[in-house]
Design a protein around this ligand. Structure first.
Ligand code: SAH
Length: 460
């Protein structure tokens, strides 16, 4: 095996992509990770960091491009870093995401047969985000500009029309910029903690067309705010305009205080026939088109006929719970963030859903407590945990409760695979696995899994 060192030139064919989207190629069994490459590319690269069995190299030249290589649609895709996969065709991206799920479930989960259904991709994989948060800064001529932070610096690269976001974003930002110029309002500068105008948060209800603008400020008020309101109201669909006060020296975007400037303080949207109220601080899935497919799949896997008792763990604002409640006898939701549970209850009320009940707390605490104290029962348990997956105590209780079906919605197929292994070793079998692409052009992918109980629980 060759002894590689920094600055060596290598030539490789890219054979795979890593979890984070770097191309992987091999020279005599030595593995190279090379950013900005695509499977099938023949490239020349320069060694940057060399370890014992692998190294990182910088792309110098594409000797022969892959057939799936495409020109990024977004002119700043490379500098922004928000999208990692814009140089690869969408079909190839979907295949990559399926392989990633399959790879984790076989390698980490130890499953040999994976009952996989085709990944659910988007017909139109652009402008899918209903939410955008743009920071403000100054361009090289000293004029305000919205965009994204360049690498790890405080400089902003102008980009007022992210192609993942809605077209109205540009219009909103243009009007805010005009207001800043007219009244000499400075953008916030992270390094000096001076300047008033921080991020602009924009949300759109895709089903209702309602728009929300929430301007974050490093101060208590926005000069001449009534004029900005007037200007923003000329944009069709404008429903809610507010200020958010964030005077902290932090990279957290929103502060806790919202001051309403126009409208009811929220917008409304639908996923399927369930209505949701979205305020500036509330969590809501960012890709509503794919969220509907994801939840419909979860609902299908839950196999509800109307008589079931269902637990929805990690329920957020109750989105999946309310979806399930339409077909179940009773749904219990559990979520750690109290405000999210307030929203969940409010959303239930809004939809006249009376068979959903919510608990605030950790799934791994609430579920065992309820099971031990009240002997609660479940026909179906749905989980949708954060990246780190389920706590073992939670899985242990699920197994003790012995529901017929477990539906696992996951944003990280590695921890998913680990948890599926636990369930498989405790009497559940893998029935269905399906990917859902919620974030086209990025390396992230969601997975929905159905596991069914195969034998009667012998643990109690
Ligand atoms: N199912 C929801 C949200 C899923 S995101 C939806 O589709 O909209 C995961 C959620 O788990 C977040 O809301 C997070 O606050 C919550 N969470 C994180 N750790 C938790 C824990 N230990 N117990 C319960 N909820 C938790």
């Amino acid at each position: 095996m060759a002894d590689w060192k920094k600055n060596d030139r290598i030539q490789v064919i890219i054979e795979d992509l890593s979890e984070t989207g770097e191309g992987i190629g091999k020279t005599d069994g030595f593995t190279w990770f090379i950013k900005d490459t695509v499977i099938g590319d023949h490239v020349e690269a320069k060694a940057m960091k060399v370890k014992k069995n692998y190294g990182f190299a910088h792309l110098e030249q594409i000797i022969k491009p892959s057939e799936s290589r495409i020109t990024p649609l977004c002119p700043v895709a490379k500098q922004c870093g928000g999208c990692q996969l814009q140089t690869m065709s969408y079909e190839e991206e979907l295949r990559y995401k399926e392989r990633k799920i399959y790879g984790n479930i076989t390698r980490i989960g130890g499953f040999q047969d994976v009952p996989m259904l085709p990944i659910m991709g988007m017909d139109e994989p652009w402008r899918y985000r209903n939410k955008a948060q743009f920071p403000w800064g100054l361009d090289k001529d000293g004029k305000p500009v919205a965009g994204f932070y360049a690498g790890r610096t405080h400089a902003i690269i102008g980009c007022e029309d992210c192609l993942l976001g809605v077209e109205e974003n540009r219009e909103v930002l243009g009007r805010i910029k005009a207001h800043m110029e007219r009244y000499h309002l400075a953008p916030y500068d992270e390094s000096t903690h001076k300047g008033l105008i921080r991020h602009t948060l924009i949300r759109k209800g895709f089903q209702t067309g309602e728009l929300m603008v929430c301007q974050v400020i490093n101060g208590n008020q926005l000069p001449h705010s009534e004029e900005l309101v007037k200007s923003l109201l000329e944009i069709p669909g404008m429903t809610s305009i507010s200020l958010n006060v964030n005077k902290e020296q932090t990279n957290v975007i929103l502060g806790n205080k919202v001051e309403n400037l126009f409208g009811p303080g929220y917008i409304t949207d639908y996923i399927g026939s369930v209505q949701y109220r979205i305020s500036p601080l509330s969590f809501y899935q960012v890709n509503p088109v794919q969220t509907k497919k994801l939840y419909e799949t979860a609902l299908e896997y839950a196999g509800l006929t109307g008589g079931e008792t269902v637990w929805d763990l990690y329920c957020g604002i109750g989105t999946i719970s309310l979806f399930l409640a339409q077909k179940a006898k009773k749904v219990y939701g559990v979520e750690i963030v109290p405000q999210a549970i307030d929203d969940a209850r409010e959303n239930a009320r809004l939809n006249g859903i009376e068979n959903a009940e919510f608990f605030v707390g950790k799934a791994e605490k609430v579920l065992p407590e309820q099971f031990e104290k009240n002997q609660v029962y479940a026909d179906v348990i749905v989980v949708d945990p954060p990246r780190k997956g389920c706590d073992e105590k939670c899985l242990e209780t699920i197994v003790k409760m012995g529901p017929k079906r477990v539906v696992y919605v996951s944003c990280d197929s590695a921890t998913l695979a680990r948890d599926l292994k636990y369930l498989a070793e405790s009497g559940y079998e893998l029935v269905r696995v399906r990917g859902c692409d919620m974030f086209p052009w990025t390396t992230h992918v969601e997975t929905v899994v159905l596991m069914s109980r195969v034998k009667v629980n012998t643990m109690f």
